[in-house]
Design a protein around this ligand. Structure first.
Ligand SMILES: Cc1cc2nc3c(=O)[nH]c(=O)nc-3n(C[C@H](O)[C@H](O)[C@H](O)COP(=O)(O)OP(=O)(O)OC[C@H]3O[C@@H](n4cnc5c(N)ncnc54)[C@H](O)[C@@H]3O)c2cc1C
Length: 488
């Protein structure tokens, strides 16, 4: 048994947990961060990496005159039909802190380009990280180490410890079975969403959706469960901004861009190139940047493409909700098959094959050039069947006659990219218990602390992870209760 003591215990080492730990340490706290995986990063490391922010130096450099009120209102527009379910206090808190948080991330050595426009935002606010989302984790981790944050990986937080109505630490189990007890004045839950928890998905989204895999298998909703065990409750747990939806599988090997280290010389070159290079030259780069999980548009099916399963059969009306039926097929994978006439409709704006969330639109030729792993082309349907490994006769029966060459895009799978339910929190990110009273000693950040906030649009989930992490840290550090009993 290992015993640790700290001022602040952070549960989870993704974007929000690392931001919490670094900020708390900057404010003078002794911090322990516990991460269940061997690697830090969570979903944050898999993200495209955009953060939405207003009143930034990037906006000023482009002469963009933004305001907090406009940012606040635009988030309401983005929330669409769910706007009445939004937490307006947290929305206000969020917009008031995006600019300073971006500055703080830059001060840690994280580089951005942008901002890019994303209607209906009135002003460009989407700032994209360079060279990839791994930069957040790398830089925050480094800052945490320098500040003396104790990072314990391969260790899962199992239960929180409560004494006299106050949360005072957690019981954890290491991968080798060793038990670890951490005592602290405050605990910040930052353990990510529940897109891979069958139980929570079944409870809040129903059986059909529960079958659909989460993009990150580690997003098991542990932080939410820990908060609920202490008397917290989930808000907006039936909402998922992205999912279930169809996405192409990620490339088998990491692309060069995803492997680039976030060193200053490289990110400075990239910033320069992105400012001055013509778009044509940048397309392969942008495509690669956002390529990990590209979502094909439903317009393909309306134009005549069909969706077949791994046996070459059509199995659903693909213009309806194919993402609910695909998980029931063999291996849960499918291929989108189209002839050259249909493909010809997806060569240029506004007819794209996929959007790479907000960063770029990808057309059929982008796939032909840049995603050879999921782009298959043949002169006949039978030849195409051989290329994707399905029975030729069955594929021929499934695909309407058309013009050669024939194209198959895939494998495609159905995913829940993330869930939006978070614990009810106040504006200090304190987790609220019965009667909306704060649970002493317990805070939440990122997905865990989403508190009913609607984060539609691109760049707002990571934006919230960093904003809420910083704010939860400041509040947790001011927690006065003494930790009891255990030596350091
Ligand atoms: C493909 C993809 C692309 C995306 N792109 C963007 C984007 O460009 N912009 C944007 O704003 N948002 C994006 N998002 C969403 C965004 O990445 C997430 O909402 C955000 O990263 C959540 O951060 P977090 O800190 O709350 O959770 P995470 O980053 O998931 O961190 C949670 C951590 O807690 C750990 N953990 C879990 N349980 C325990 C436990 N019991 N004990 C200890 N540790 C535990 C996990 O292993 C994980 O490391 C994207 C999501 C996906 C899937």
């Amino acid at each position: 048994m290992t015993r640790l003591q700290a001022d602040v215990l952070v549960v989870g080492g993704g974007g929000s947990g690392l931001a919490t730990a670094v900020r708390a340490a900057e404010l003078g706290a002794d911090v322990v961060l516990v991460e269940k995986n061997h690697e830090l990063g969570g979903t944050s490391a898999r993200a495209v990496g955009s953060v939405s922010a207003s009143l930034t130096r990037f906006q000023r450099a482009k002469g963009i005159q933004d305001s907090l009120d406009e940012h606040f209102e635009d988030l309401g527009t983005l929330a669409g039909e769910n706007v009445h379910r939004d937490n307006l206090a947290l929305r206000r808190l969020y917009v008031e802190n995006t600019g300073t948080t971006l500055e703080w991330l830059e001060s840690l050595g994280i580089a951005f380009f942008g901002p890019m426009p994303e209607p209906p935002n009135r002003h460009p606010r989407m700032h994209n990280v360079l060279p990839n989302a791994g930069a957040y984790i790398h830089r925050l981790h480094r800052a945490g180490r320098k500040l003396g944050v104790r990072i314990v990986t391969d260790t899962r937080v199992e239960h929180l410890i409560r004494e006299g109505g106050r949360v005072v630490g957690a019981e954890c189990v290491a991968a080798d079975g060793r038990r670890v007890t951490v005592r602290s004045k405050a605990v910040v839950l930052a353990a990510g969403d529940f897109s891979s928890s069958v139980e929570l998905k079944t409870e809040h989204m129903g059986h059909d959706v529960a079958r659909v895999e989460g993009v990150n298998p580690g997003s098991t909703g542990d932080g939410l469960r820990l908060g609920i065990e202490m008397g917290g409750r989930l808000l907006n747990a039936d909402l998922a901004l992205w999912g279930p939806e169809m996405r192409f599988v990620a490339p088998p090997r990491k692309l060069l861009l995803q492997m680039l280290p976030p060193v200053k010389a490289l990110t400075a070159c990239m910033q320069f190139a992105l400012r001055f290079m013509p778009e044509g030259l940048l397309r392969p780069f942008i495509m690669a940047f956002a390529t990990s999980y590209l979502a094909p548009t439903q317009d393909l099916y309306h134009a005549g493409a069909v969706l077949v399963n791994a046996d070459g059969d059509r199995f659903t009306d693909e213009t309806q909700k194919p993402w609910l039926d695909l998980p029931l097929q063999r291996d849960g994978v499918g291929y989108i098959v189209l002839d050259s006439r249909v493909a010809g409709n997806f060569r240029e704006w506004p007819h794209f094959v996929s959007t790479a969330p907000g960063v770029a639109y990808a057309f059929i030729d982008d796939y032909r050039r840049n995603r050879k792993d999921i782009f298959h082309e043949a002169r006949t349907v039978e030849e195409l069947a051989a290329k994707i490994g399905v029975p030729p006769a069955r594929l021929a029966a499934a695909v309407p006659s058309g013009e050669a060459p024939f194209i198959a895009l895939g494998p495609v799978k159905s995913w829940i990219v993330m869930t939006d339910g978070g614990l009810a929190t106040d504006e200090s990110l304190r987790v609220l218990g019965p009667g909306d009273a704060p649970i002493p000693g317990l805070y939440a950040a990122g997905s865990n602390g989403q508190g009913g906030l609607i984060l539609n649009g691109h760049g707002n989930h990571l934006g919230w992870a960093f904003v809420s992490g910083r704010l939860a840290a400041a509040a947790a550090v001011s927690e006065k209760a003494p930790a009891t009993g255990v030596a350091r």
